[in-house]
Design a protein around this ligand. Sequence first.
Ligand SMILES: Nc1ncnc2c1ncn2[C@@H]1O[C@H](COP(=O)(O)OP(=O)(O)OP(=O)(O)O)[C@@H](O)[C@H]1O
Ligand SMILES: [Mg+2]
Length: 453
Amino acid sequence: MSLRTRLILLSSVWVLLLVIVFNVTIYFYILRNSTTAETKLLWNKAQIILRNPYSRQPDNWGDPDLLAEYNEPDMLVRIIDTEGVIRASVSTSDRLAAYPVSYKSGYGSAMVNEFGVRMLFVQVPIRAHGYQLGTLELGKSLNVMSEWLKLLGTGLYMTSGAVLVVALVSGYFYTRVLIRPIGELLDTMNEIRKKRYFVTLSPRYASAKDELGRLGQTFNDMIETLKEQDARQKQFVADASHELRTPLTVIESYASLLSRWGGERPEVREEAIQAIQSESVRLKGLIHSLLRQAEFERGEELPKQPVSLIPLLQETAGRLAMAFRREIRLDVSEGAEPVCLGSEEQLKQLLIILLDNAVSYSDGPVLIGCREQGREIVLTVADQGIGIPEEDIPHLFERFYRVDKTRQRRSGGSGLGLSIAKQIVDRHNGTISIQSGSGAGTQVEITLPRAIF
Ligand SMILES: Nc1ncnc2c1ncn2[C@@H]1O[C@H](COP(=O)(O)OP(=O)(O)OP(=O)(O)O)[C@@H](O)[C@H]1O
Ligand SMILES: [Mg+2]
């Protein structure tokens, strides 16, 4: 059964139940009130009859005119003695007279429903000197009230039916409005699955403030994120294959040069081997960077361990100074022990990227600074090298962005370093900025939140 049918049925059944309970309550309330009023009338009448001493005297019960004055249409008045024998009776209704005769000690009342006609009976004891001599029984056929109750019943049945119809019809319409966004969502999902491209829900279904509107909005946000991720991935694959093609082409052409002339011309062989070697190194670096980049694209969770920055800076700077045979100075404020939360391995990688740039694009010493500033740690890497033209600075964090191609040859860079650096900083909830100018040296400043224990 569809959700919509279930909703319609459920709401209709509820409404119907409520109406039935309401109608039944009304019916019985009216029935009780009217019966009570009629019963009171009969009690009164019985009191009037018994107030007459003549009617209380068993000797007079044989008098045919004893009860004649109390006869009324649709009424029964009779006296039953202790043996259960009718001693006097007047009645205009056979149905009332057919009511079983029985002597009743004390008071009594009963309501009988025969073929849709209600009859009310009351019994009142006839007493003398503390003894009960018989029972005065009064019966009344409630014709008008029965008709009236029949009408009321029919009316209530009809209202229940009408309410059910209204509930079903309105349920049909309101569930259509209610379910439409879900149907739309399903259609959109199916469309995405079939056509294999991302489609968002029409804003009509994603702008309402209710739960369904929020569902649509969340769905659209999710699709937008997937779209972005997909686009980034496609761009990444396109960029990566483009970047890989250049060194591979160089290697391929030198290899064929080698196979053609390598045997006869030692100078060609030498050049080719060197070129293949340096391109292979570049390729290796490029693949390493690409793999690192791909790791970030997967968006894996960042480990949150406390990382003490000073030992990390000292170790990395020392190692790189040895490897590049360059002076790398560390300027750390006295007594500071900055600690941040994150991945030690990634922070090391970040430092390597910045030092690699500083060493590649300058000849002088490189200066690393580290200080605490409020709730932040400020890390700087500065060099006195060739600097970066102002117009290039906004693009430095783009993937594969290089300032100019002549520099690339000199350093063999792929333009991925700073883009990876930016992602590492972002994942640590930090900021990265570059101050530089052509020929004015470069300073990269990173802020990271301090770990608070
Ligand atoms: N300290 C610096 N001094 C001068 N130019 C710099 C400096 N750091 C970066 N650049 C410029 O910014 C560009 C982007 O740097 P990035 O580190 O992203 O790439 P890369 O160094 O070319 O390649 P790699 O991926 O190998 O690091 C570089 O090509 C370089 O021109
Ligand atoms: Mg670099």
